[in-house]
Design a protein around this ligand. Structure first.
Ligand SMILES: *[C@@H]1O[C@H](CO)[C@@H](O)[C@H](O)[C@H]1NC(C)=O
Ligand SMILES: *[C@@H]1O[C@H](CO)[C@@H](O)[C@H](O)[C@H]1NC(C)=O
Ligand SMILES: *[C@@H]1O[C@H](CO)[C@@H](O)[C@H](O)[C@H]1NC(C)=O
Ligand SMILES: *[C@@H]1O[C@H](CO)[C@@H](O)[C@H](O)[C@H]1NC(C)=O
Ligand SMILES: *[C@@H]1O[C@H](CO)[C@@H](O)[C@H](O)[C@H]1NC(C)=O
Ligand SMILES: *[C@@H]1O[C@H](CO)[C@@H](O)[C@H](O)[C@H]1NC(C)=O
Ligand SMILES: *[C@@H]1O[C@H](CO)[C@@H](O)[C@H](O)[C@H]1NC(C)=O
Ligand SMILES: *[C@@H]1O[C@H](CO)[C@@H](O)[C@H](O)[C@H]1NC(C)=O
Ligand SMILES: *[C@@H]1O[C@H](CO)[C@@H](O)[C@H](O)[C@H]1NC(C)=O
Ligand SMILES: *[C@@H]1O[C@H](CO)[C@@H](O)[C@H](O)[C@H]1NC(C)=O
Ligand SMILES: *[C@@H]1O[C@H](CO)[C@@H](O)[C@H](O)[C@H]1NC(C)=O
Ligand SMILES: *[C@@H]1O[C@H](CO)[C@@H](O)[C@H](O)[C@H]1NC(C)=O
Length: 270
């Protein structure tokens, strides 16, 4: 694989964003409990104000989606989308709520068009909490430590600090990033970034889920870089790490400076 273009470098340079704070005072809650619902004009705000969840509409689209965006970046920048394939149009009567132990989006006809879709106890104590890391988690009770579901395990086109791009070695299932279709349509686009299922410890970008056209090269544990991305040697922002055992492998990253706002995206241009 020839490394003619280097999207990695481009990604880090373009998408490393360091916006001035634009704090909007907001007193929204960070939790949806049973018997509560979120409608069009409401948002959840994470405890420290870093992330906001609510209905949004990308660009000039007339479709509405449930998304999570940065709370301290002035331009609305979605980092996660729930119903990316199933938008709602009847915004005034759609609502997001806990139903049968899941977080469910109902359209105006009360049809469930998106769900966290876990089999659960149908417990009435299930709550959805938007954490300050941007992770939306479902727990059985506000103080329960057991996670039933989390959005970090279902990334869309954005990889946030703490997220894992993983490969389940038992099933060969990847947790991958998939581009939007275009700037106004978050539906599954043509490009995806994933850990190579062949076990090479490298990231690959696929076109249309099948054709590989880029690789990061293998992770080099000693120098902590991907060996076709030598620019990573200059990295003083991201703490990347690779984990592997008999069942799974994943890459994850954190930021040395937690004040920095950062994301990696798989862009619709590929
Ligand atoms: C939700 O409402 C039902 C009946 O309307 C009630 O029995 C239940 O206790 C409520 N749950 C919570 C968590 O308030
Ligand atoms: C939000 O929308 C709902 C339903 O359209 C309406 O009943 C409610 O008054 C609105 N709340 C605010 C704060 O605008
Ligand atoms: C949205 O519509 C406005 C006005 O028609 C136009 O100027 C703008 O370029 C459009 N934005 C996108 C992303 O297409
Ligand atoms: C879950 O509980 C609700 C109300 O308690 C009930 O209407 C619903 O049928 C239950 N669903 C399942 C799958 O048991
Ligand atoms: C809700 O979704 C169902 C199934 O997709 C669709 O038939 C129905 O028209 C939708 N309702 C509204 C008000 O959009
Ligand atoms: C939930 O999962 C089942 C099986 O994987 C699928 O058939 C169904 O469409 C899903 N429902 C929703 C609302 O996503
Ligand atoms: C079901 O409920 C029991 C008791 O509340 C709890 O111990 C168990 O972990 C729950 N299971 C799931 C899958 O939520
Ligand atoms: C959860 O924990 C908080 C503080 O630790 C406490 O105030 C609250 O009562 C607890 N809630 C439940 C349902 O146990
Ligand atoms: C996973 O995919 C790789 C490459 O396609 C293949 O070599 C390997 O045998 C697969 N493993 C399993 C468990 O299916
Ligand atoms: C992507 O692949 C599918 C078959 O897997 C094919 O039907 C579709 O036409 C391809 N898309 C493009 C844009 O070539
Ligand atoms: C870098 O990440 C690793 C693995 O997640 C972690 O153990 C380590 O503490 C991190 N280092 C710094 C300086 O944050
Ligand atoms: C891998 O999965 C098996 C079966 O679930 C489990 O027994 C084993 O402890 C796991 N290995 C590791 C390193 O977690």
């Amino acid at each position: 694989m020839k490394n003619t273009k280097n999207p990695w470098l481009k990604l880090s340079m373009l998408l490393f964003i360091w916006f001035s704070l634009n704090c909007q005072l907001s007193f929204g809650a960070d939790t949806i409990s049973a018997n509560q619902s979120l409608s069009a004009n409401q948002t959840l705000v994470s405890s420290g104000g870093n992330f906001v969840l609510g209905f949004f509409t990308p660009g000039n689209s007339s479709n509405y989606y449930i998304g999570i965006w940065f709370g301290k970046v002035s331009e609305q920048t979605p980092v996660w989308v729930a119903n990316r394939e199933t938008p709602v149009r009847d915004i005034d009567s759609s609502e997001l709520k806990i139903s049968d132990g899941n977080l469910v989006l109902f359209n105006g006809s009360q049809v469930a068009i998106w769900s966290t879709n876990i089999s659960s106890n149908n417990s009435s104590s299930v709550v959805a909490v938007l954490e300050d890391s941007g992770n939306l988690v479902l727990r059985d009770g506000p103080n329960s430590s057991a996670l039933l579901w989390q959005s970090l395990d279902h990334p869309t086109h954005t990889w946030l600090p703490g997220g894992r791009l993983s490969l389940n070695k038992r099933t060969n299932q990847s947790q991958l990033l998939t581009s939007w279709r275009n700037s106004e349509d978050p539906a599954l686009g043509l490009y995806s970034l994933e850990l190579d299922p062949a076990g090479t410890n490298s990231y690959i970008i696929l076109w249309n889920r099948t054709r590989q056209y880029w690789t990061s090269g293998a992770w080099d544990e000693q120098s902590q870089i991907f060996n076709l991305v030598p620019e990573m040697r200059l990295n003083y922002i991201y703490n990347f790490s690779f984990y592997s055992d008999e069942n799974e492998s994943y890459f994850t990253y954190s930021l040395y400076n937690r004040e920095i706002i950062s994301r990696f995206i798989m862009d619709y241009s590929g």
